[in-house]
Design a binder for this molecule. Sequence first.
Ligand code: NAD
Ligand code: UD2
Length: 310
Amino acid sequence: MTDSPILITGGAGFIGSHLADALLAAGYRVRVLDNLSTGRRSNLALDNPRLELLEGDVADAALMRRAVAGCQAVAHLAAVASVQASVDDPVSTHQSNFIGTLNLCEAMREAGVRRVVFASSAAVYGNNGEGVAVREDTPKAPLTPYAADKLASEFYLDFYQRQHGLEPAIFRFFNIFGPRQDPSSPYSGVISIFTERAQAGTPIKVFGDGEQTRDFFYVADLVPLLVQALTNAQVQGGAVNVGHNQSISLNQLLDAIRGVLGSLPPVSHGEARPGDIRHSRADNGLLLERFLMPPATPLQVGLATLLGRA
Ligand code: NAD
Ligand code: UD2
């Protein structure tokens, strides 16, 4: 381990702050670049002298150069994570979700920093592969600016790998959940919304019949994969799905929350969201081949932690 820091863009957010905690616990120095748009200072162990916070935007090329300078590796997690925000404001979200990646690639090329872990998304597949386990070679069908920016970022990372020797490790996250996921927007992760409402006793709204399925993945199981990709001697090219190849319906999810709490507030059903994917499940063969997977946290255990009943 060298003493130079690992940069986490978006490190004050949900996934990034758990990664920061794990790297600090393992003895690394961590530099976070975050504009605190959805991230929070309170997610970070700011009293740890090995943690540095640079407050600013990944779209600021000069700041990105300062952030990358002297780092041993980068986890690029900064993005406007809401798909709907990208639909509502594609120009502004493009600055965060694509220009930020390009600025990072240039800054890494200039600084000679090679290793970068990138948070891509199942969104790159659109509706393709719906109902079967989606493989990495499933044709891509980005249906929104969010998905297009993620896929374009993947292509640029691939270009910088071939042309400039960058070492990208690209993960396509399916539905990550866990503590610190912000439930405050209607487009926040469904588990963060349902568990917050279940705890507060406020009504839960299911969009559609609740039989849509998702491959949920607990954040504490994701972090060791990110750490391996940042620190392994070698990375192999190409993107890797992050999921369990197991999906459950929202109705089953609600049953599981009821199982932890003993009861649920009123649950109503509304119109399905336009464009909502019906079934989503990751083929995770490549993930298992390339990375050491920690034993999966059972959904009940993850939910109990979120609900303060662990
Ligand atoms: P999050 O909103 O908690 O984290 C994103 C972080 O990036 C926040 O701290 C935010 O303040 C910061 N940020 C946003 N725009 C920025 C900018 N222009 N400059 C600097 N910082 C900026 O969301 P998350 O769930 O932790 O997502 C992390 C990454 O994983 C994102 O790239 C997201 O697209 C991707 N992802 C997440 C999921 C999921 O299930 N949570 C699924 C697929 C992909
Ligand atoms: C996830 C990602 C998104 C993108 C996409 C790729 C999150 C938060 N979003 O979108 O970034 O990667 O996958 O396919 O991880 N729902 C309700 N009630 C609510 C909220 C949601 O019924 O109050 C439903 C929603 O209509 C959907 C399901 O729950 O059917 C999951 O919604 P989500 O927003 O958590 O995630 P998803 O899969 O749409």
